[in-house]
Design a protein around this ligand. Structure first.
Ligand SMILES: Nc1ncnc2c1ncn2[C@@H]1O[C@H](COP(=O)(O)OP(=O)(O)OP(=O)(O)O)[C@@H](O)[C@H]1O
Length: 321
């Protein structure tokens, strides 16, 4: 459905922020894009939505949606695509709503800007979707944004994203501003709606556990590159890149005894090598060749990593699972 090929995004100072990434989403699938802060997740989503700031340019590559090249669509065509075919849920749900207009009115205006529909029919649609995301429909419809809790606002944002039955939802850290339990419920809701409506979801998160058991595919980003990607069960059971392995190892697991010391990833988060493997400055298995762009290793069907040590078969030997 969506395919990014060889995408490089450059800043005004000629720094490559996204480096030759490939990413694709199949209809009805959830792709979990994980990576720490600054790894390039949001820029990737912004490029998909055709909303890159003018200071950034696409240096190489293509982004296609249903075989249309997004980068060559006009702003009008892009606006039509956004909201109807591709919906966006952001971490900043507060700014999604205009504070001084009742939520119901905002929803009706939003729907009428995309499809021709009578106000009364639009209201029915809004109430239906508010019920669907377990909101007290009439009350929310007649409320101002500040009269709802964070979880309720994020549910309303999901209803807004889903009600025109988009083919793809991009959810960028949708639970960041919520408490853990509310966040988990929101992600479960997103998963349930994805299955029911068969729409694709790009779930962007820095938290591995958000995508485990939810996403069908996982892509791991570091320093503007995709360093590992594949079917979620393959990546979770047999992570191949040292960074992914360390991410799994440094997770606390309820069923296991809490160790005296959790393994930590060496170095400052976001520390990125400018050349070669972006993780080289923090990688315990770095060697001289890591100055060069890492080759791709096929780990199994639908699972690959970009790592010199993995190609040499040295990661398992040193890191273990
Ligand atoms: N408009 C811009 N101009 C210059 N650099 C930018 C711009 N927007 C983002 N960047 C840089 O691009 C890199 C990737 O940023 P991005 O927001 O995509 O990271 P992220 O993985 O989404 O992080 P977070 O989880 O914190 O949102 C960062 O180093 C960021 O500083």
């Amino acid at each position: 459905m969506f395919e990014i090929k060889n995408l490089t995004i450059t800043s005004a100072s000629q720094k490559d922020l996204i480096k030759q990434i490939d990413l694709s989403i199949k209809p009805g699938e959830m792709l979990g894009l994980i990576g720490e802060s600054g790894s390039g997740k949001s820029l990737t989503a912004t490029a998909l939505l055709g909303l890159l700031p003018s200071s950034l340019t696409i240096k190489t590559g293509s982004i296609t949606f249903m075989n249309d090249e997004i980068t060559s669509l006009s702003e009008k065509e892009m606006r039509q695509l956004r909201g109807k075919e591709v919906a966006f849920i952001s971490q900043n749900y507060q700014s999604f709503f205009t504070p001084f207009i009742k939520i119901g009115k905002q929803f009706i205006e939003g729907i009428q800007s995309h499809i021709q529909i009578k106000k009364s029919e639009a209201k029915k649609l809004v109430l239906y979707w508010f019920n669907k995301v377990s909101l007290p429909a009439e009350r929310v419809f007649n409320s101002y944004p500040h009269q709802l809790s964070g979880g309720q606002l994020q549910r309303a944002a999901i209803a807004s994203a889903i009600m025109l039955k988009p083919k793809l939802i991009i959810a960028d850290e949708p639970t960041t501003a919520l408490d853990v339990l509310t966040g988990e419920r929101i992600l479960d809701l997103l998963k349930a709606l994805q299955k029911e409506l068969n729409c694709a979801v790009l779930l962007i998160t820095h938290d591995l556990k958000h995508v485990m058991n939810r996403a069908e595919e996982i892509a791991v980003m570091y320093g503007g590159r995709i360093i590992e990607s594949g079917r979620a069960d393959n990546v979770c059971q047999d992570p191949a890149h040292p960074y992914t392995k360390l991410l799994f190892q440094s997770r606390l697991q309820l069923k296991k005894k809490v160790p005296d010391k959790l393994p930590a990833i060496y170095g400052e988060p976001g520390l990125t090598a400018e050349q070669g493997c972006p993780f080289a400055l923090r990688c315990p298995y770095v060697y001289r060749v890591c100055n060069e762009n890492p080759p791709t290793k096929k780990v199994s069907d639908h699972h690959w990593t970009a790592c010199h040590a993995a190609v040499q078969g040295e990661v398992d030997q040193h890191v273990g699972n």
